[in-house]
Design a protein around this ligand. Structure first.
Ligand code: ADP
Ligand code: MG
Length: 580
């Protein structure tokens, strides 16, 4: 007999329930409202009282209404067909229904049960397998989608049968496994997994040792993110968080992209709906959506669904990582998720932490970031989940709890600056305060030495120094006036402007400039550092300014021109002339 209960209190989406049996934290339940069943999740148990957060509007609910506990946690359905899907946080399929919003109490099937997939076996009868081992493969778009031993299987199994190559639906038994106790268990192409539990099924999780290219210069050159790494983009409203994240989603060198749009404005979500299906993947020339899954909850959906959406998105990434693929998870914005936690915590009248966020906010955030990473699978192949979240601190205050907690958890920090955004210096990433801890990893330095150039990191540090010195000079010039400082100050200032305008700034909406491959980044950085290494003898600061403005112009034209095209070479010649 499963546990049941009666509603005893309702505060918005938080409902208290008197229960007649055991219930566990994170367990799901249905609240019966007439003919409708509202899905909810237990967030706290205290004796025979459970606090549950309802994933839907609780309008019309009253004390005494019945509750049925399901004895399981919120699960995600995993299987072929997730890619190109658009789901909400509870994995309701938003592409198969009319309009964006489901009716209350309506839940849809996440995967297509009628579609057939061309299956090729990998395992053979007699093989010994454990959870996450590969049994077979289907092609999902152009990606090899591995059908695995379900993650929930414990211990070793022996493969009894594997289906021959053929076309099957996801519900067909594609293998029968025999457990150590001699029990035969059928396996289909789908499995379920509780979203709040990290997927295991790998041998080890070493430190990341490669860079994930994004085509964005401030990231790849200045503060690279590792494949399997973590980063976050804090910034005030309107500074370009979403634009930067979308650029990474479109261009990131990953096999699978999962975008969790949680709680941002509804029109942004509609934009994703309309824009993404049109986009072409620069790496393969195919439709980007073929390798993308979108999980979206807008701010007008109940707060509990936001939390579900980031966990659902992470679990989908972990699933594809177990197939040996490179996955990229983007969440916009994780602040909305944290606000959902705060609302629930406040409704439960828990002892509040800083700014009324739950006291364990920091632990919740770091546990989530810790699920990203590069892994070595049981068969020796590798897979990765790279995670980049945005944070929208109120008033741009980087000392607020969500930003501070995320800073502890993420290894890359891309701080967007109001000041830069106001000057339209996009992406408005602050070149001084932002960092990538991966630049300090010896294995990453070695990787950069080998794939870009020996001593690459020193070059990057040199360019950062030019920018830092330029900022100091700007301060001096501001205080002492143009004529009150030596000419070398002007020169140093304009060298930093050169790095800023010709390298750091990048137009996300220009067909050429939006995506800058790493060899092109190297070429531009070399050009720029070559100029910064020279000493000029200007007679007055106007000459200095005019000279650098011309150089900046030429270099920017180069950024907007197809790399190594004849027009590009013309600009190279022009630059040579300007420098001679
Ligand atoms: P946020 O998500 O931080 O609120 P958005 O990403 O929506 O901000 O950006 C706001 C606006 O800033 C964009 O609509 C765009 O006009 C401009 N912008 C941001 N980044 C860039 C960029 N890299 N290139 C050109 N314009 C940009
Ligand atoms: Mg935004």
């Amino acid at each position: 007999m499963s546990t049941t209960g009666k509603v005893t209190g309702i505060v918005s989406n938080l409902v208290t329930v008197a229960v007649d049996g055991p219930v566990a934290e994170n367990e799901l339940c249905y609240i019966i409202l007439g003919g409708t069943r509202l899905l909810a999740e237990v967030i706290k148990v205290n004796g025979d009282k459970a606090s549950v957060q309802v994933f839907e509007s609780t309008r019309g609910l009253k004390n005494g209404d019945s509750v049925e506990f399901l004895g399981k946690m919120l699960e995600v359905t995993l299987g072929p067909g997730l890619l190109s899907g658009i789901y909400d946080g509870l994995q309701n399929n938003l592409t198969t229904m009319e309009g964006v919003f489901l009716k209350r109490g309506e839940y849809t099937e996440p995967l297509d049960h009628a579609k057939v997939w061309d299956f090729t076996p990998i395992a053979q009868p007699g093989d010994k397998v454990i959870a996450a081992d590969w049994l077979g493969e289907v092609k999902e778009g152009w990606l090899p989608h591995k059908i695995m031993v379900p993650f929930s299987f414990k211990g070793e199994y022996t493969v009894k049968e594997v289906a021959p190559a053929g076309s099957y639906t996801i519900d067909k038994t594609i293998a029968v496994l025999t457990s150590a106790d001699g029990e035969d268990v059928p396996v289909t192409m789908t499995q379920k997994w509780p979203v709040k539990v990290a997927v295991r099924g790998y041998k080890e999780k070493p430190r990341p040792s490669k860079i994930m290219e994004t085509g964005v210069r401030v990231i790849d050159t200045f503060n690279p993110i590792a494949e399997g790494g973590t980063g976050f983009i804090p910034g005030p409203f309107g500074c370009g968080k979403t634009v930067l994240q979308h650029a990474i989603a479109k261009q990131g060198d990953a096999d699978v992209i999962v975008m969790a749009a949680c709680g941002e404005r509804a029109n942004e979500v509609v934009e994703i709906f309309t824009e993404f299906p049109e986009l072409i993947d620069p790496h393969t020339g195919r439709h980007l959506m073929e390798r993308t899954t979108i999980i979206c909850n807008t701010s007008n959906m109940p707060v509990a669904a936001r939390e579900a959406s980031v966990y659902t998105a992470m679990t989908i990434c972990e699933y594809y990582r177990a197939m040996g693929l490179k996955c990229l998870l983007l969440a916009d914005s994780t602040s909305r998720w944290a606000q959902a936690l705060r609302e629930m915590s406040n409704r439960m009248e828990e002892l509040p932490g800083q700014d009324a966020f739950p006291v364990d906010l920091s632990a919740i955030i770091s546990n989530f970031y810790a699920r990203a990473g590069m892994v070595v699978l049981n068969n020796g192949q590798t897979g990765a989940v790279t995670f980049i979240g945005t944070v929208s601190p109120a008033g741009g205050n980087l000392k607020e709890p969500v930003t501070e907690s995320t800073k502890k958890a993420a290894r890359c920090f891309y701080a967007l600056e109001q000041n830069r955004a106001d000057q339209k210096r996009y992406p408005a990433v602050n070149p001084i305060d932002s960092y990538s801890k991966y630049l300090e990893y010896p294995e990453i330095q070695e990787y950069l030495d080998e794939t870009i150039q020996k001593g690459w990191v020193d070059k990057v540090l040199k360019a950062k120094n030019v920018v830092r010195r330029g900022r100091e000079m700007a301060d001096q010039i501001n205080i002492l006036g143009d004529d009150g400082v030596p000419m070398s100050y002007h020169e140093a200032f304009w060298k930093s402007e050169l790095v800023d305008f010709a390298f750091l700034q990048q137009d996300a909406f220009d067909v050429v400039d939006a995506l800058c491959p790493i060899e092109r980044q190297k070429y531009m950085l070399d050009c720029i550092l070559d100029i910064c290494d020279r000493t000029f003898e200007f007679d007055n600061f106007e000459d200095c300014r005019n000279y650098f403005k011309d150089l900046i112009n030429t270099l920017r034209q180069m950024n907007y021109t197809e790399f190594q095209s004849s027009k590009f070479h013309d600009y190279e010649q022009q630059l040579k002339k300007q420098l001679s």
